[in-house]
Design a protein around this ligand. Structure first.
Ligand SMILES: [Mg+2]
Length: 371
């Protein structure tokens, strides 16, 4: 019988999207911590970025050069984040984890945060009960390790009782972290890369981009693509190691959708790419509206606005799920991991419009509440 495989999932900006802007809020809290030590804003920004770049975490620089208490830092930075306002549970993430074949795989989180932040995020996302354990940075330990230190990955293997790193499945939004895992022989490494979105690293806002193509590392833009990417690895490993991480290969939507994955498979690439772009634009407008609604509700409670906020969350969930279905179909056509959807649309501008086999039909929740 094959040994159990282990799936390691990064948490921040992987189990939730960078579009939530948690990294910006985190960057701001850390900046305030530096300023609280008596630095002016320029010095704080410079040191913050320098420590992040040199030590992987600003906190490690703060401990080394300023004898900062990591638990004080955690209380004032990670634990002070308004996470409940920024991230919401998504049924498709829970479904993805539920669909993993638990007779064959165990699921661990692998994060550079401390235990409190990790547990809080997993609880908000409502997936904490689906994990076998969490590997976190132990702030209580002097000179604690973190990704991408080789020591951190080795410890993760020991803690999760993995004897062969080629048995590991790992997904992380950091190119440096996935590269380090791959260099250590981790078997099925995936870079979650939400190209075009902005996130904050070391206090600096940066557009997410795939820096280089790395051998043995798959690149995805949606966690749903794991359903396709990981089973495809079967050909790379010997038969007695074959494992299907997922029990279900088809997609069972949580929301009412105007098409099924089977129907989308019949569409041409151009049509699918256009529909993804349209939905992404719609989602961007909805997120902007939600920000305005939240700001308005802070100054004055209003039942109508609260209802609009709630209804928009459902629309966002539905449209996000719809994009997942479309992306999954693109991945099956060999598109998603080799190029960006915008390029697909752009390249096809000179060609005649293609007749849609199944035209996506509007559903009642299509547009949400706009301001
Ligand atoms: Mg991350």
């Amino acid at each position: 019988m094959s040994p159990l495989k282990t799936v390691f999932l990064d948490i921040d900006n992987t189990l939730y999207s960078a579009s939530t802007k948690v990294s910006a809020a985190m960057g701001q809290k850390i900046h305030e911590y530096f300023v609280g030590m008596g630095l002016d804003h320029d010095e704080a920004s410079t040191l913050h970025h320098q420590y992040y770049t040199s030590y992987g975490l600003a906190l490690r620089g703060l401990i080394r050069h300023h004898s900062v208490d990591p638990l004080d830092f955690d209380a004032k930075c990670d634990q002070a984040l308004p996470l409940e306002d920024l991230i919401k549970p998504t049924p498709h993430l829970r479904k993805l984890l539920e669909d993993m074949n638990r007779e064959k795989v165990r699921i661990w989180a692998l994060t550079n945060a401390y235990r409190f932040h990790a547990q809080r995020v997993l609880k908000i996302l409502q997936v904490d009960d689906l994990l076998d354990g969490v590997i976190f940075c132990d702030y209580e330990e002097p000179n604690f390790a973190c990704k991408p230190d080789a020591e951190y990955y080795h410890r993760a293997l020991v803690k999760a009782q993995v004897s062969d790193p080629s048995d590991c499945y790992f997904v992380d939004d950091s190119g440096i972290n996935v590269k380090a895992a791959r260099a250590l022989g981790w078997g099925h490494v995936v870079h979650f890369c939400e190209r075009g979105l902005v996130h904050v690293e070391g206090g600096k806002a940066k557009e997410i981009a795939q820096t280089e193509s790395l051998e043995g590392i798959d690149v995805i833009e949606d966690l749903e693509e794991l359903r396709k990417v990981w089973p495809e690895k079967r050909s790379m490993i010997s038969c007695d190691r074959c494992v299907l991480p997922f029990t279900a290969m088809d997609y069972k939507p949580q929301y009412q959708q105007p098409f099924s994955l089977a129907e989308v498979r019949l569409l041409d690439v151009q049509t699918i790419a256009e529909e993804i772009s349209r939905l992404q634009n719609s989602l961007q407008r909805l997120h902007e509206t939600q920000t305005l609604l939240k700001e308005a509700l802070i100054s004055e409670p209003d039942p109508e606005l609260s209802k609009a906020l709630e209804e928009n969350e459902t629309v966002i969930g539905s449209q996000t799920e719809r994009i997942s279905i479309l992306k999954l179909a693109l991945t099956e056509k060999g598109i998603a991991t080799s190029g960006h959807y915008d390029e697909v649309v752009h390249k096809s501008e000179d060609t005649p419009a293609v007749q849609r086999i199944v035209a996506p039909q509007p559903v009642p929740d299509e547009d949400g509440v706009d301001l």
